[in-house]
Design a protein around this ligand. Structure first.
Ligand code: SF4
Length: 327
């Protein structure tokens, strides 16, 4: 049974899965994405892929079948069959690396400021990518970063790393907090794609969930990014489940597509470190499908494509329903 759109939406909506001991991932926990600080598995079924957090208890259970085949069961019924993919660095086939695992901002849904982890040197990033390349699986590099001291300094740090990473000759995507001239700096350094996350598209809610961050500045930076990177090469994460209205979401998605930006609609992840600070409700499968269909429609209207991305989440597809790939 191949995972179809509705099944993937259901799996994303639940977000976590129980695994038999033998299949539990043994590598380091991921430091990027919604499951930062937690163990994840990647399930591949047909052309589709989904990332799920490993949990002690969940309505979803993974079972081994013959050989490498596995199946996902919900309440005793098989919902999809496929196999587990080994992540390269964070996700399959990409070296997806968090440079600064800390942040001076305090967006209320994000675990990074609370985890306050390492800041990786250029040498360490180069070594990680070289080891990923040695596996023969490296197809893209994605760099993400919090903000250790200031957005300007972080952009310079990441640009310097990008310049050195060019030698691996694979596409490079970057996701950072925008700073003055950041798109020009990162494009000149050799980045192919860029992501500036607006996170919340409801203007009434934005100031509450991302205090100290300017929504307007992010939108201006996205517009500038399209000028430097071109259409289909600029992305922005949009969280679904913070209490935003569907009207504000749809208007915001349309506004992003209108300027040539591809929205990454991300189901909110109520991280254990943040659960008590803000109301976070995982979107239903129906809401996810509905919003994904709407996004696909507006991308079509604006002549954008979700299947040309070479890096990051539009290429990985693990956490979201990606237009032109999943639907
Ligand atoms: S979709 Fe993005 S955040 Fe999710 S696992 Fe893939 S690369 Fe990571």
């Amino acid at each position: 049974m191949v995972m179809d759109l509705k099944t993937k939406a259901r799996l994303i909506s639940v977000g976590r899965i129980e695994l038999p001991e033998i299949l539990r991932p043994s590598g380091p926990v991921s430091t990027a994405g919604p499951g930062a600080g937690e163990k994840n598995v990647f399930f591949r079924s047909g052309e589709g892929r989904v990332r799920l957090s490993v949990a002690e208890s969940s309505p979803l259970k993974l079972a081994e079948l013959k050989g490498t085949e596995v199946a996902i069961f919900e309440n005793g019924h098989e919902v999809a069959r496929g196999f587990l993919e080994k992540p390269l660095l964070h996700c399959p086939r990409q070296a997806y690396i968090t440079v600064s695992e800390r942040c001076i901002y305090y967006c209320k849904f994000c675990a990074v400021p609370k985890l306050s982890g390492d800041v990786k040197s250029k040498e360490r990033v180069m070594k990680m990518v070289a080891e990923a390349q040695d596996t023969g699986e490296l197809e893209a590099i994605s760099l993400t970063s919090g903000v250790e001291r200031s957005p300007e300094e972080e952009v310079e740090r990441v640009a310097d790393i990008v310049r050195s990473l060019r030698r691996f000759d694979v596409p490079i995507g970057v996701s950072v907090t925008p700073a003055l001239r950041s798109s020009k700096i990162l494009k000149t350094a050799g980045a192919d794609e860029i992501k500036y996350n607006v996170e919340c598209l409801d203007p009434d809610l934005f100031g509450k969930v991302c205090p100290g961050v300017s929504m307007e500045k992010i939108e201006m930076a996205l517009l500038d990014a399209v000028g430097h990177f071109g259409e289909n090469r600029v992305f922005s994460n949009v969280i679904v489940g913070l209490g935003e209205s569907d009207r504000a979401l749809r208007e915001g998605i349309d506004g992003l597509a209108e300027i040539g930006v591809l929205p990454v609609l991300r189901a909110v992840y109520p991280h254990p470190l943040r659960r008590d600070e803000i109301k976070m409700i995982r979107p239903s499968p129906e809401r996810l499908v509905d919003l994904a269909r709407f996004t696909r429609k507006v991308l079509d209207e604006h002549g954008l494509r979700g299947d040309v991305a070479e890096t990051g989440c539009y290429r990985c597809t693990g956490c979201d329903l990606i237009p032109h790939r999943d639907l």
